[in-house]
Write a protein that binds this ligand. Sequence first.
Ligand SMILES: CC(C)(COP(=O)(O)OP(=O)(O)OC[C@H]1O[C@@H](n2cnc3c(N)ncnc32)[C@H](O)[C@@H]1OP(=O)(O)O)[C@@H](O)C(=O)NCCC(=O)NCCS
Length: 155
Amino acid sequence: MTLAIRALASGDRDALARVIASDATFKADEQAVALELVDAAIAGSPDYEVRVADDGEVRGYVCFGRTPMTERTYDLYWVVVDVAMRGRGMARTLIGAMEDELRARGGGQVRVETSETDGYGSARVLYERLGYPEASRLRDFYAPGDALITYYKAL
Ligand SMILES: CC(C)(COP(=O)(O)OP(=O)(O)OC[C@H]1O[C@@H](n2cnc3c(N)ncnc32)[C@H](O)[C@@H]1OP(=O)(O)O)[C@@H](O)C(=O)NCCC(=O)NCCS
């Protein structure tokens, strides 16, 4: 079945919880935060939006939102693909769909924050491959030796 990128439905919550839990490197508190944002989007928060990758089953999602106190800047908060479905271009498709949508509504730029730890290595490669330049690196931010890396892309 072909892959569709679609809006979030409230019935997606369990499937998204499974997608998040499929990654053993996410700690319990990270899983909880990721799901909290999904819940906020389901509840209709204007600050968090979710688009889902669906090929007959929910395989991944991207969560983003307009950055508070900015005119046209967006934060990409999470992108997660089921561990069994990685390496097939799903994250590229999800982020591409998000970018198209943001451009269409006049979005100017996207900020992404991530960590320097090994668990986020795939994410760092992904952002670089998708043309997100590194804008800053705050050393020892999360813990000694674990920087906060910010990527910042003009749309
Ligand atoms: C990061 C993640 C979303 C990538 O999902 P994916 O569907 O496997 O990524 P894609 O197949 O769309 O890859 C897109 C590009 O990134 C590259 N890439 C992604 N993961 C990679 C990896 N582990 N090693 C090397 N390259 C990688 C691909 O080669 C591809 O490049 P190309 O299109 O130029 O050939 C997935 O690994 C994941 O869910 N990780 C855990 C969650 C996470 O860390 N999310 C980000 C922080 S919230």
